[in-house]
Design a protein around this ligand. Sequence first.
Ligand code: GRG
Length: 305
Amino acid sequence: LSEQVKNVVEFDFDKYMHSKAIAVNEALDKVIPPRYPQKIYESMRYSLLAGGKRVRPILCIAACELMGGTEELAMPTACAIEMIHTMSLIHDDLPYIDNDDLRRGKPTNHKVFGEDTAIIAGDALLSLAFEHVAVSTSRTLGTDIILRLLSEIGRATGSEGVMGGQVVDIESEGDPSIDLETLEWVHIHKTAVLLECSVVCGAIMGGASEDDIERARRYARCVGLLFQVVDDILDVSQSSEELGKTAGKDLISDKATYPKLMGLEKAKEFADELLNRGKQELSCFDPTKAAPLFALADYIASRQN
Ligand code: GRG
């Protein structure tokens, strides 16, 4: 494996993640208070406040702070991106897509509220996300910045982003001839673009120069793809543990993954390369200010869930 790019400064990452996740959870709780009609708000709040690592909002806040902005400035957009992520999980779990019973350790939204409400709650979260950026940043950010944020979020969410990735994923399900290029396309669109959007929006809100926004984007592209490669690797190792043997279910099932298409060792090497490439993009920033994004890359590479 290649030598790791390291940051020179000490950084208490656990404390950082814990305090940022609490701040995000409190902000999300305030955005959607329970109100009439109860059923839709209960359903939206159920999934939005069900835990989750909050990686996207924290990336957004960290990028904003790196570029000279504050947590407060980034928070509404960070929350909006978490709303979109949550709605994608609600819809992904529905019987007509993944048909999952559990999410974030709890029964899935449609299991609790029914499919009809789960679909509508997801749609409402998507709609609220855009409204929240427009309304909640109107006093703190200029119109040009707000329009830029909305267009970044719109592109990352729609047919050029998560929705496009989801469609190709569904299309290629069970296709034994799926190649690495298609798999990567799905991973980039389904997963990486929203992580990229989180970082880029943070950088824009922090007042970054165009060069620094592009640097942040390149960092996030690596880290975004890394996120999904690690997911694929975790799938294999967790399945192996469950099965008590060396080959996990994704090595033998229809689902295409990096370990399946390139082998587990090569997938780990690729993850390592993405981590290094991502961290390299941070090298021109002040190491103390870049420490959270540096540590977030390491966290994404070594996470266990
Ligand atoms: C309109 C955005 C939108 C989506 C509709 C259903 C669908 C189309 C897309 C599915 C997208 C999807 C489920 C991608 C997988 C992303 C992913 C890696 C999820 C897991 O993220 P974590 O690990 O989860 O950050 P937590 O629970 O920690 O937030």
